[in-house]
Design a protein around this ligand. Structure first.
Ligand SMILES: [Zn+2]
Ligand SMILES: [Zn+2]
Ligand SMILES: [Zn+2]
Length: 87
């Protein structure tokens, strides 16, 4: 049985609002590099390699610590409170 890396990971992962791209960049017409899902509410934002870093900004602004990669073939999660990979 895997050890749960942190208590911030919710038992149910929220489904993404969209798979079309970073929802905040789509609004402003900006571009992104990789996509990250807020597992708490389904917000889709761009990664820290993107100029707007919407995933991290959402995480801090909303107090939603855990994000998940939704790039094809990737499923790791990252906790912004613990600053480590949690799944
Ligand atoms: Zn955590
Ligand atoms: Zn973005
Ligand atoms: Zn969220």
């Amino acid at each position: 049985m895997p050890i749960k890396a942190c208590d911030h990971v919710p038992s149910t992962i929220a489904p993404p609002h969209t798979l079309k791209g970073c929802e905040d960049c789509l609004k402003t017409g900006d571009s992104w590099v990789h996509l990250r899902l807020c597992v708490h509410c389904g917000h889709v934002g761009c990664c820290d390699s993107s100029k707007n870093r919407h995933a991290t900004r959402h995480s801090k602004a909303e107090g939603h610590p855990v994000i998940q990669s939704i790039e094809p073939g990737e499923a790791w999660m990252w906790c912004n409170t613990h600053e480590k990979q949690v799944g």
